[in-house]
Design a protein around this ligand. Sequence first.
Ligand code: FNR
Length: 194
Amino acid sequence: MTRILVLAGSNRTGSLNRRLADEAVGLLAASQAVEVVRLDLADYPLPIYDGDVEAASGLPDAALKLAGQLTASDAALLVSPEYNASVPPLLKNALDWASRVRRLDNRPVLPFRGLVVGLASASPGRFGGARSLSHLRDILVSLGSEVIARQCSIVQAGEAFDAEGRLSRPNDRDALEKLVESLVDIAIALRRAG
Ligand code: FNR
């Protein structure tokens, strides 16, 4: 079974990106071919990365756990807000810590290498957070991930969800469906060995 992680780059109550991540989980869950794992960064509390902290105390458990989840997955869908035209610190910090994990259970690992990644964003603004996704794409490509070409940015996202938290505009649903479809197809095709 192809394993796909879904995580949002915001822990905020009422987060638009968490809602979008939940929508994606619903779509992914409809596919018989994948196992969907919804990961919540609130469950991975990490200090701001500091080399002195790493040297003194080693890698935090949350970093090891996060790297373990990434390593065990074929693909990930990252749903991120845009902060000042870039990646929010919550997500960047989680990626930075996970990138420091080189061994798990005494075995060498590269948590991001070969991971198929899909990117989505939601923002109340008129770019939908798309600028953060180009930075996120660069980061993940530099870590060796296979970031898929298709991405999805929900503009004016404050009005994009109905009372049940579902995407209400057909164009938004269509964009998310196409992204999820591409992610599943490519994740199956490039499935990590072992
Ligand atoms: C923002 N926001 C924002 N939005 C945007 O489209 N482009 C941007 O550059 C920024 N910059 C920015 C910086 C900071 C520090 C904050 C706190 C916010 C607004 C942001 O998109 C909005 O708060 C979203 O609702 C955040 O995502 P969640 O938490 O709703 O998922």
